[in-house]
Design a protein around this ligand. Structure first.
Ligand code: ATP
Ligand code: LTN
Length: 338
């Protein structure tokens, strides 16, 4: 078999992140770290979902800057822009086009049940726009355009993925096999890293309080400070249970970095005070992020290289996406282009 046909035979992975803030340790442990493990075995597309970020008001200059930073962080974390397709969603117009068509195959009732919509419309009550409501349909379009087999995400996205599968099946039942029905891929530990300030809420890059999250580009002293301030409890004992969500979260962070089991970590640190345990966590976080931060600083200097990645990869993605979109348009009865 030639290398070409082997590459074609590989399964497809698609995932994405919004450039809606500085990406956090939660995004990294719940998603990005997993992507780097899968990147060689699959044909991978890693998207900067900038159209999704518009569902919340963004400062235009900041959005453009953060999108580029996110792309560089993907690469700095170990994704390979020569082998993996790393690109901006807005550079491939098929995403928005397919999303429109799929809107017509998704029910209001389905979208009404989405917990992310409920949560975000509470948080942004001054701007509950239609994009926020149909957000999962655009996500379905992202995934289905590339005949994706596997979607590595944190488990806050499992409901959106179920919806994607439902829409794909519905369309396939109506028109015959058109879309691959994707599976989710969730890490065992780290699928939901919680806020350092309110450990019952997920760590979120758009949190107003920067002490609630660790950004991937936070310098070591900031990481140490944020972890020292992490909210714990008055039990005073290192244990893994829901009554101690702060400590549970710190254990999850520690274990998903070291890949040590939860049991042995709890046993090893059981004699430590919270302050000392926080320092152990800080040590592994700083060491994990150090190489990424160094690589990021190098990439920042190489504007030409990053520009060429952006251009080439958008072309590659557009080529694949156009095939699915053509098929969909034909099936639903839109006229051929002449
Ligand atoms: P926002 O706060 O703007 O809604 P977010 O921090 O939730 O953003 P996304 O861009 O929506 O981040 O998500 C990117 C990826 O990170 C998704 O796969 C998501 O499941 C994962 N993820 C987000 N937050 C966490 C978390 N706290 N723990 C683990 N994984 C997470
Ligand atoms: N909705 C996701 C981001 C996202 C995504 C995708 C993830 C948009 N499109 C396609 C995986 C596949 C989020 O909020 N984390």
């Amino acid at each position: 078999m030639t290398t070409e046909t082997q590459a074609e035979k590989k399964k497809v992975i698609f995932s994405g992140m919004q450039p809606s803030g500085n990406i956090t340790l939660g995004n990294y442990l719940g998603a990005l770290k997993n992507w780097t493990k899968l990147k060689d075995e699959y044909n991978c597309l890693f998207c900067i979902v900038d159209l999704h970020a518009l569902t919340v008001r963004q400062d235009p200059t900041e959005l453009r800057k953060r999108s580029r930073q996110l792309l560089m962080q993907y690469i700095a974390a170990g994704l390979d822009p020569e082998k993996n397709i790393i690109y901006y969603q807005s550079h491939v117009s098929a995403h928005a086009e397919l999303a429109w068509i799929l809107n017509c195959y998704t029910y209001m009732g389905e979208l009404n049940r989405m917990t992310q919509f409920k949560e975000k419309s509470q948080r942004h009550s001054e701007n509950i726009n239609a994009g926020l409501f149909t957000y999962p349909v655009l996500m379905a379009a992202d995934i289905l355009l590339y005949q994706t087999d596997l979607v590595p995400v944190g488990n806050d996205q499992s409901q959106h993925l179920e919806l994607t599968r439902d829409v794909a099946n519905r369309f396939n039942n109506l028109y015959g096999q058109t879309f691959t029905v994707p599976e989710g891929y969730f890490p065992k530990v780290g699928a939901r890293i919680m806020s350092l300030q309110e450990p019952t809420k997920k760590m979120s890059k758009s949190d107003e309080n920067p002490n609630a999250y660790i950004a991937l580009l936070d310098p070591p002293d900031v990481i140490v400070r944020k972890l020292k301030r992490a909210v714990t409890d008055s039990e005073g004992k290192i244990a893994y249970n829901d009554n101690q969500p702060g400590i549970k979260n710190l254990i999850n962070i520690y274990c998903s970095i070291t890949e040590e089991s939860i049991e042995s970590t709890v046993e090893r640190f059981s004699g430590l005070g919270y302050g000392d345990f926080k320092m152990k966590v800080a040590e592994v976080v700083v060491e994990e992020l150090r190489p990424l931060q160094e690589k990021f600083r190098e990439l920042e200097k190489d504007k030409k290289y990053i520009d060429s990645i952006i251009k080439n990869n958008a072309e590659k993605a557009s080529y694949i996406a156009a095939k699915t979109l053509r098929k969909v348009k034909r099936k639903v009865g839109l006229p051929n282009t002449i």
